[in-house]
Design a protein around this ligand. Sequence first.
Ligand code: AMP
Length: 211
Amino acid sequence: MKIILLGAPGAGKGTQASRIAGKYKLLHISTGDIFRANIKNGTEIGKIAKSYTDSGRLVPDEVTCEIVKDRLSWKDAGQGYMLDGFPRNLFQAQQLDKFADIDICLNIDVDESLLMDRICGRRMCACGESYHVSTLQGSETCAKCGGKLYQRPDDVPETVKTRLSTYKSQTAPLIEYYKSQGKLYSVTSGEGSPDDVFVQICAILDKFLND
Ligand code: AMP
């Protein structure tokens, strides 16, 4: 099964991706994670990506597409995968069609008014868990592994504004693109709890697997 996870920043793609990967044994490929790892390790790709991720703009297509094309050619991608954060515009989607055969595009649809608070209140742990400050009661450590929580540098209001407008102008049109390919499945209650959203996603994926 080859899946794309689509949704605005803050829609909960990362949270759902970990759950989907666990249940369906799918490789989780997040372009955002790949860029953050490259930035941390000071690689050439990281040097290119930093100014874009810091300001909430998209890293140039030629860099991003090449990374994904290469990653999908690894042996472990042969059993299926889930793309989280790619494609992010029409050009990337068209390129992806040249080197991958996607089965499903899962769109997590969340009311726009909720996104700013969700992202700016998000706190991350290196283990992959994420929290919202409103539920942390002042705690700064991860309930799962005890790691120190941090705020992503691009989860601040000015950058989030750019990310949301980039999503609207460049990424949202992909909903129509995958609809026209008959591959779009929307989870319409993205405002629900992560458990609610996951139940809906599982229903879609189970149906696909059983058809
Ligand atoms: P994310 O973790 O998906 O929110 O991505 C964080 C940042 O990485 C984005 O704001 C972009 O700067 C960059 N990025 C991630 N995926 C892509 C992509 N498919 N194309 C271009 N830039 C990307």
